[in-house]
Design a protein around this ligand. Sequence first.
Ligand SMILES: *Cc1c(COP(=O)(O)O)cnc(C)c1O
Length: 369
Amino acid sequence: MVPAINRPAVVKVNLEAIKHNFLAEKAHIAAGQKLFCVVKANAYGHGAVAVAKTCEELGADGFCVAVLDEALQLRKNGITKPILVLGVTPASKAALASENDISLTAPSLAWLKEVNCPKTLKIHLAIDSGMGRIGFSEDDEFKAANDFLKDNQQFFVEGMFTHFASADSADSSYYDYQVTRFEHMKSLLTIKPKWIHAHNTAASIFGKTVKSDIARFGIGLYGLNPSDNPTSPSLKPLVDLKPALSVETELVYVKKIHPGMGVSYGSTFKADKDEWIGTLPIGYADGFIRKMSGFKVKVGDTYCPIVGRICMDQMMVKMPQEMPVGTKVEVISSDPNAENNIKKLADYLDTIHYEVACVLSDRLPREYN
Ligand SMILES: *Cc1c(COP(=O)(O)O)cnc(C)c1O
């Protein structure tokens, strides 16, 4: 979608908050531990190039992305630090990765055997210690991969890593199980990966003790707490986080409706008295799904509910009194105490703030301050 630069609706990204979060994490991690910023999915909706440049200037040791194209976008925009693609890249694209000095995740022995790359390819061996997603989990296959990689000039084993399913949970039993599995897989290796890593934001900021040569810092960089239970004392972040993202628009149309008149498709909202209704120029095509109807956004200084169904490109709010066209509307606030902060919206939608941020579509321009 084309960024709608001639419409009053933007995602505002506070790069000072990103810097704050980066430096707070940097101060927190162990001496010698590398800090890789996770900027997949357009930096969780915050804008991958701007965020990566900011972090590289501050001394990030590397970056993680989900797909090869995200890595190529960073290289095209001058990012020079290591970049690791966390997902499975087709083996046929290995040459493209190595030409651009991009490290790939090796998910299986079959994948390693399929790679045919003229230049040495940097790889990180993925271990499935219990996430059930990608990576080695069987001893025999992993030992065979170890033997295959010995004295193999085609590959440089830059890393070995695993990913936790529940480092954000106060119950650490499954986390402990995964650590045990990961330690076991490590013990099978005779080759020596340069970096062995396991920390995501949760494992890092909640002080999990697993050894990790790299912290893969994702959601925390954006100032958001990954805890599934923010009030639990065992999940108190050891890093001070400042949310960076807000979404702002304005009233583009205002009218009074009368008893019996409906608002939007299906007329799910019908006035039983005179009501002031304002229209916002954003909808589900911008990433605000229909389930958001009923959530309160801040119109001027007043929280007002979205009424009726959210349309593809517009939505309506019910206001206590007439407010002029052009009144600022804060859809998502970066203030963690505001009623319309991203966590509140995620709770309202029965989802997580990760999802709310990364579905914000590219029709919303990103504005940096
Ligand atoms: C997304 C991802 C991360 C970052 O997770 P956060 O919870 O955002 O810190 C780290 N490692 C892997 C493998 C991932 O897929």
